[in-house]
Every structure is written in structure tokens, then in C-alpha cells.
Design a protein around this ligand. Structure first.
Ligand code: ZN
Length: 247
């Protein structure tokens, strides 16, 4: 069985500058995500960070990535636009799935792939109840009808995303706000999942249901393995790619 090559990309700045975050995620929250994904025999998981060479995603890594998990927050602007274009193209060509976690709603790749400004409303950390809205969905496998997160950052509607192709989870927050918390998008021949929990000072990545959802999302988002190459070239103007037309 060939394994799903997963790269967990993290901005990895908060963990270096804030004691409370480092205590919670001593090797970076991406390492915590890797540690639970590593329990799955069908996955091969590697780490990447913004301050790595080529921002963690040189071409030889990206071209072997089946699912890219993304966590970024305060340094979205530093992510190279050419890299974002490569990520988006790989998703659109059905070569890679993309899983955007928490503050990745404002990340360049999420916005470029899904087509949104990513805006939403924020509030204090508080109790959150995650509700399963599509129990039949692959990403909801093994998840109860609802579960409690003792403390998460309030993310709230209106969340300015296009209508998701599937809304698997919805969140209720203690202050009364609601949020489309787990949303699937099909873009080109690829798949994208956005999942809201994962603030850097909260323990959500240690929650077994959050872990299961991210694990399920990797399997859902992986390329379909269709037996043909999807082209991004017009056959009549063979020297041009779609992106060159965009430019
Ligand atoms: Zn946050």
C-alpha cells in the first residue's frame, strides 16, 4: 500500500516567542499534529515551517505531497506569492489536498484556492461545542453528535467564504455565536477542508475528536488517483499555461 504523504506546515513563530504557547506545544503545534497522524500506518508525515529553506516547501517536497496541512497566523504576508501559486495549482490539478486549520482562514493559500478574503469575527477564548452536521460524511467518521472544547478562540459568523460544498461541522460558542467550523470545498480536481479549532494557546490539538477529524480529513482530501493527467494548457497555444494568461 502506498502511503499518503502528508506535510504539516506551520508558521512556527508563536512557539518561539511566547512561553505559554511553547509550554503547550514545545516542538511546535505541527509536531503535535504529526505525532497523532504518525499513529496511522497509511500515512507518512513530515514537518515544514516558514523559516525553513524555501519556506519549507521546495519543489521536490511539494511535488511529493499528497495532502498539505496549513497553520499560519501572524506572518501570512511573508509567504511567497510564487509558492502560493504552486500550491493552488497542485490542488486544482488534483495532485494534492489542502487542509486549513484555524487562523489559516486568512492564509494566502486558503484564500487563493477557495476564492475568499477569509474574513470572520473574533472574540475571547471560551467554551465551544462542536456539532456534527453531516454524520454520513467521511470526515465525521467516529465523531459523536457533539463534543466540548473547554477553551477555544471565538471565531464567528459571518464567515465570508463561498458556500461550502459540504458543511460537516458547526460550532456554538459560550457567548452565543455560531460558526461554520468544518467546511469542504472542491476546487478544480482537488479538495479543501477548513477546520476552525486550533488557537495557539488552546489545547484543541490534544483533543481526541479534533485529532480524529484532522486524520479523517487527510484521507478525504488525498488525491483520488484518477488515471489521467489533468492539463492546465490550452492545446492551441502550447507555450502558455493558464497562469501565464492570468499574468
Ligand atoms: Zn487563534
Amino acid at each position: 500500500m502506498s502511503k499518503i504523504n502528508v506535510v504539516v506546515w506551520n508558521e512556527f513563530r508563536h512557539e518561539k516567542t511566547k512561553d505559554s504557547v511553547r509550554e503547550l506545544y514545545p516542538n511546535g503545534l505541527h509536531a503535535t499534529i504529526k505525532s497523532f497522524l504518525d499513529l496511522n500506518e497509511d500515512m507518512s508525515v513530515t514537518l515544514a515551517a516558514l523559516d525553513d529553506p524555501d519556506q519549507g516547501l521546495p519543489d521536490e517536497v511539494l511535488k511529493n505531497t499528497d495532502v498539505l496541512i496549513w497553520w499560519g497566523h501572524k506572518a501570512h504576508k511573508e509567504v511567497d506569492d510564487a509558492l502560493v501559486q504552486k500550491i493552488r495549482n497542485r490542488v486544482y490539478l488534483g495532485k494534492m489536498g489542502f487542509v486549513a486549520l484555524h487562523s489559516a482562514h486568512h492564509s494566502k493559500p486558503f484564500k487563493a484556492i477557495v476564492g475568499t478574503n477569509g474574513n470572520l469575527s473574533w472574540g475571547r477564548n471560551q467554551k465551544e461545542i462542536m456539532w456534527t452536521m453531516m454524520p454520513s460524511h467521511e470526515i465525521a467518521a467516529g465523531i459523536p453528535d457533539h463534543f466540548l472544547l473547554e477553551s477555544e478562540e471565538l471565531y464567528s459568523e459571518p464567515f465570508y467564504i463561498p458556500q461550502p460544498d459540504a458543511l460537516v461541522f458547526g460550532a456554538w460558542f459560550e457567548d452565543g455565536h455560531i460558526m461554520r467550523a468544518g467546511a469542504c470545498f472542491h476546487r478544480g480536481a482537488g479538495k479543501v477542508f477548513y477546520f476552525q479549532p486550533g488557537h495557539e494557546t488552546c489545547r484543541s490539538f490534544y483533543n481526541p475528536y479534533v485529532q480524529r477529524i484532522i486524520t479523517n480529513a487527510v484521507r478525504w482530501a488525498k488525491p483520488n488517483g484518477f488515471g489521467y493527467e489533468i492539463t492546465d494548457r490550452c492545446p492551441h497555444i502550447t507555450a502558455k499555461t493558464v497562469d501565464e494568461f492570468d499574468a
